[in-house]
Design a protein around this ligand. Structure first.
Ligand code: ACO
Length: 333
């Protein structure tokens, strides 16, 4: 069974209510019908019902069983605006601004649905940038208890099954945090390990990557990874995690035996790779995707108090369906 089929099977076991904030976007409209047809989640599309039905007509989509909510006429919009104002007034938001966001910005309306427990998860990003999707979630949903930052990972499905668990690995953080400090990098490692358990039912073996293995190079950026490794051990003593190590020491047993002998992770098929910063992570996952022919599923957003996920603007219907299934399976953000 492929990774996605396993995630879909999990989603069907416990049906969640997912809100799609870009309700009149054609791929989203088509995905909503497919999700309901496959029994993966209950779906609400946010937007003008007339526009949504027009798109459904144009794309030959049957929206039976899909909920539609219009922020401009929804009876809950007033309460959402009031709550948004309460949450953001210290940051300078006025009641008028809160009302305008809830009634006219579907991302804020959908985020308030999630905040007020009227949905279990949120997916958007087919037409909005990562920043626009994440900002309301960062401001309103906030991080899960005990998690200091929101981060992301990709599920990498490699054609070469010698790596990870039969070719399946998680790469973090490849999409959100640009230059994490040690405690942030530790949080990314722990959150990615949690995603491994939640989404893949795989016990994580975490490699903290660097351009140095066990002190072979000296630099501030190496120290950050060493510190992060120490902090992650403190925060999650039972987690199988080691660092700092170079990618070859992590992945190749013979190199690990030379550079990191005795490591519980290096050369022992780590299934979670934590990159030292966004430059390394973003370039790394794209190289593996394009040059090694891996399938990259994500970014999976992790660390929020409730699950919110971004889409790539180039996504297709299938990718929206898959992302909704992943969000439905996450127990927290
Ligand atoms: N975790 C938790 N909270 C955060 C985080 C985080 N990682 N980042 C920002 N916040 C909070 C802030 O504390 C702030 O909260 P407050 O208003 O209550 O004080 C709020 O979010 C807004 O903070 P800003 O600093 O204004 O954040 P901004 O909205 O500018 O940026 C963003 C957030 C968009 C995620 C930023 O980190 C970013 O641009 N990251 C890089 C995204 C990117 O370009 N990725 C590569 C492409 S994606 C791909 O290739 C798949």
């Amino acid at each position: 069974m492929s990774v996605i089929d396993k995630i879909k099977a999990k989603a069907k076991e416990n049906i969640k209510h997912i809100v799609l904030a870009e309700g009149d976007e054609p791929r989203t409209v088509q995905a909503s019908a497919q999700i309901v047809r496959e029994g993966l989640a209950e779906i609400t599309l946010v937007g003008d019902p007339e526009k949504i039905q027009k798109v459904a007509g144009e794309t030959g989509t049957d929206l039976t069983g899909v909920h539609i909510v219009n922020p401009e006429t929804c009876e809950k919009s007033e309460a959402y605006a009031q709550k948004l104002f309460e949450l953001r007034q210290k940051k300078g938001m006025t009641p008028e601004q809160a009302k305008d966001l809830v009634y006219h910005n579907t991302l804020y309306f959908a985020t308030m649905m999630l905040k007020m427990d009227d949905a279990d998860g949120l997916v958007a990003g087919a037409i909005n940038s990562t920043g626009n999707v994440l900002r309301p979630a960062l401001q309103i949903i906030k991080t899960a208890p005990g998690i200091s930052i929101v981060s992301s990972c990709f599920i990498m499905e490699l054609p070469n099954h010698d790596f990870g668990d039969d070719g399946v690995m998680l790469f973090g953080d490849c999409a959100v945090n640009i230059a994490p400090e040690a405690d942030e990098l530790a949080a990314i490692a722990i959150a990615t390990a949690q995603t491994s358990r939640e989404l893949l039912s795989a016990e994580p073996r975490v490699a903290m990557l660097s351009f140095s293995t066990k002190g072979s190079a000296k630099h501030d950026r190496v120290t950050v990874v060493q510190e992060a490794t120490r902090k992650a051990h403190e925060l999650a003593p039972d987690l199988l995690l080691d660092g700092e190590m170079q990618a070859d020491a992590a992945l190749v047993e013979a190199v690990a035996n030379l550079k990191a002998p005795g490591s519980p992770v290096a050369g022992k098929k780590p299934n979670v790779l934590i990159f030292p910063d966004l430059g390394a992570g973003n370039i790394g996952y794209k190289l593996v995707q394009r040059m090694a022919g891996a399938k990259a599923i994500g970014p999976i957003i992790q660390g929020l108090a409730k699950p919110v996920n971004d889409l790539s603007r180039g996504c297709n219907v299938e990718e929206i369906v898959n992302t909704v299934a992943a969000v439905a399976v996450k127990t927290n953000g």
